[in-house]
Design a protein around this ligand. Sequence first.
Ligand code: SF4
Length: 427
Amino acid sequence: MTPYILYSDGKGNIFEDTTLYAVGRSGWEAMPIPEFEWIELPEGGSLYELPGRQGIGIDVHSGEMRLCEKGWAVAAFIPPAHTGLYLAAYETQPDAPTLPLFCYTATGWHNEKFYVPAVRIERDIRQEAGGYDQAKVEEGVNELLQAYPHNRLVKHLAENCALTYHCPAARNYFLGRWECPIPSSPACNANCIGCISFQPQEETITSTQDRLTFKPTAAEIVEYTVPHLETAPYPIVSFGQGCEGEPLLMWETIREAIIEIRKHTNKGSININTNGSMPDAVEKLMEAGLDSIRVSTNSARPDIYTKYYQPNNYAFEDIVESLKVVRKYNGWSSINYFVFPGVTDCIEEYEALRDLIKETGLNMIQWRNFNIDPDWYLGKMNISDQGENLGIIQMMALIHKQFPDLKFGYFNPPIERMKNFDVDFAH
Ligand code: SF4
């Protein structure tokens, strides 16, 4: 089974072209996708038309690769908990606009259904599209805004995150379940090319969220997180969200909050999503009671990391040190690994990742789809040919074989899963 290519008429209407089979892209290269790597587009996935781009496919008769002349290329945004294995394959016209900060996975049509090359990497259902009842979210928003009338963070999570950005984590907070976000930092010490909370004026794309504009107090953090830890199923409270800069820049406030939270409850876990830039601050937070860390990275190679993060006053070695510090305190350590087919699965990256896992004693890889325009990323990073590629699914299999205790997923695990990852946590 190979799906047919999709194209759009530029007005939001999408059609299949039955003269062409769909292919995928890895790095700069278009290639056929093995049959077993296609799955039906999961619920919550969406399709994008790509202006100024023509899809590449395989002619059903000649077997030759050629462009689809019928319209714009189409890509899929696959929902959380799934990792894309190939990018959408297309040719970009010189005046094509840069695409916004979403992931662009290959897609096709077969038997009246949309297909994507992807794998479900996470069984946790906390961000299933079908699990959000908007009326209940709004009910929760009204209730908690009344409960905390002077709390700027709850107001931010309500008005911006839940009701404007439709952030899954914020909506879960207002539904009284699972992982609750704690944005805390208006500033950052990195300058990521694809930053989702801040894009420089000169760039044509905009950030998907606006960065937090105030510094919350420890009291504001404690006020709404303690009741969440006390009452939510599988509760986690997480510093470091998409709507802020780098939380470690606020480590004193975070430490104060952790100490205060643990005076009131020992339930659930306290996590930080971070760029991992300040290992000394991480140590202070572990001493205070932090349970887990998730360090974001586009690569396990210092040069590829540095070109993307453009760090101020820290280096790749600092993020490695932060991961090691957490393990020293027997905390749970994950990397938020931005998967880019053709870069992530090249031999050099695979070897660097193995070294990183060995050196840090890493607990988990969260194989995340990289939300960025592929041409723009490769161009900005000046990445040409990365040499031989393993394929994302083969790379996952190789890493799993060498590190059988290393967990794969997409979300920060609750304390129950940190203790026993295979616990049957029926939400
Ligand atoms: S570390 Fe996060 S907030 Fe800072 S520049 Fe990168 S993506 Fe943006």
